[in-house]
Ligand binder design. Structure first.
Ligand SMILES: C[S@@+](CC[C@H](N)C(=O)[O-])C[C@H]1O[C@@H](n2cnc3c(N)ncnc32)[C@H](O)[C@@H]1O
Length: 245
């Protein structure tokens, strides 16, 4: 039983919504995070031990500091913090040695992010930005390839219209469904919703072992790229890759 199947929890969610949106702080800094989800992030980070946590959408930086403190306790790792603006982030967070702030649209800055990641780094991504369908899907498609095997891509606020009647519709839930339907590299790990009250139903995506199988979209783009690279003319686009599998 998951949050979207529990209309009886509306009153409890109303209290969470009021507290999370207006009164939750971390180290005195406003943080838009359900504390139960924050605890799960701590569990995931301790298991994965990432070298890089990419947080898309930082707002005041409370959640960013929370992530940096976990990495500090583990003795390794950096947070790459992306937001349109970091004007509301206090100086003491901006100076934290485990955080690298990048200002501007997250997807437009993906090349800068990639340059900060070493080939051997374990990478975890948290998307918590605009929550519209288009933006969420764009962030997922841009940053999912950076997530390393056995690590996570966490999409926040899929509770919009799938638990609480607020936020964009379609939103993160629909973006997750669109992404996952043609993707064999990630699985939705619903064991991360064990506390029931989560803002991220179906939002914990684990990158699983790739055992010689590739997603259609990956294979299509690889074939198209190779054909283009070697100057072959292929009359029918996109190629249907199922015949190659
Ligand atoms: C929900 S808040 C982030 C909350 C924060 N993660 C927390 O837990 O406290 C969303 C943030 O995403 C940022 N944002 C919206 N669209 C964005 C985009 N295209 N690229 C980067 N950041 C974006 C907004 O400026 C806003 O600060």
């Amino acid at each position: 039983m998951y949050i979207e199947d529990r209309p009886d929890l509306q009153a409890v969610l109303g209290v969470f919504q009021d507290k999370v949106l207006s009164k939750t702080t971390y180290f005195g800094v406003k943080t838009l995070k359900n504390p139960l989800d924050a605890w799960v992030y701590q569990e995931i980070i301790c298991e994965v031990r990432p070298d890089i946590v990419i947080e898309v959408g930082n707002f005041c930086g409370g959640s960013t500091l929370f992530l940096a403190h976990i990495l500090d306790a583990l003795g390794k790792g950096k947070v790459i913090a992306l937001d349109l603006s970091h004007k509301d982030v206090p100086e003491f967070i901006k100076k934290n040695r485990r955080i690298k702030f990048i200002e501007g649209d997250a997807c437009k800055n993906s090349v800068r992010v990639k340059k900060l990641i070493k080939r051997t780094d374990k990478v975890l991504v948290i998307e918590d930005s605009a929550h519209t369908f288009e933006n969420t899907l764009n962030v997922i498609k841009t940053f999912a390839p950076m997530v390393t095997k056995d690590s996570y891509l966490i999409i926040e606020d899929s509770i919009c219209h799938h638990g609480i009647a607020v936020g964009p519709n379609p939103g993160p839930w629909e973006a997750i469904e669109e992404f996952i339907k043609d993707n064999q590299e990630f699985i939705i790990d619903r064991s991360r919703e064990a506390f029931l009250i989560t803002y991220n139903p179906k939002g914990f995506l684990r990158r699983q072992t790739v055992s010689g199988k590739y997603s259609k979209s990956m294979l299509t783009s690889s074939i198209q790229w190779l054909a283009h690279r070697f100057g072959y003319h292929i009359s029918r686009w996109p190629i249907e890759p199922s015949s190659y599998l």
